[in-house]
Design a protein around this ligand. Structure first.
Ligand code: GLY
Length: 130
């Protein structure tokens, strides 16, 4: 039996990843809490707080060509007003020669609900270790 909250978190998380893939800052900002924190490779081991760091990449414009983002084996845990989703993020794209490639990252994203609305409050993205 599917849990509506789990489905909502998976749907919001997919919307977030798709907004990144198409360079859609409006949607990304709408889904994120302004105080979001993260660890990701671009931050070089530092904890980043806020949205400005992320906006830099959106301002560069969307990448050329098609892009499909898949959450592989996502696992959602809901704990009170917070939800944790963990998965491997697969992104299919074309390289400069037009050959299909796939990038892969381990991701954990935290969502928190307030006034009936879920917002993204923290994430950790790492290169796949396996
Ligand atoms: N680098 C932005 C994000 O993964 O949410």
């Amino acid at each position: 039996m599917s849990d509506p909250i789990i489905n909502e978190i998976l749907d919001l998380n997919q919307q977030l990843l798709d907004s990144i893939a198409r360079g859609d800052w409006v949607t990304y900002e709408e889904l994120c809490d302004p105080s979001i924190t993260c660890f990701e490779p671009e931050a070089k081991g530092h904890l980043v707080r806020g949205l400005e760091f992320h906006k830099f990449y959106f301002d560069l414009g969307a990448a050329e060509g098609p892009r499909t983002t898949t959450m592989a084996s996502p696992k959602v845990r809901v704990m009170g007003d917070a939800a944790v989703v963990a998965y491997v993020r697969l992104v299919q794209y074309l390289d400069a020669q037009g050959n299909p490639q796939t990038s892969h990252f381990e991701e954990t994203r935290i969502w928190r609900t307030e006034d009936g609305r879920w917002r993204h409050v923290h994430f950790h993205r790492s290169p796949c270790s396996g």
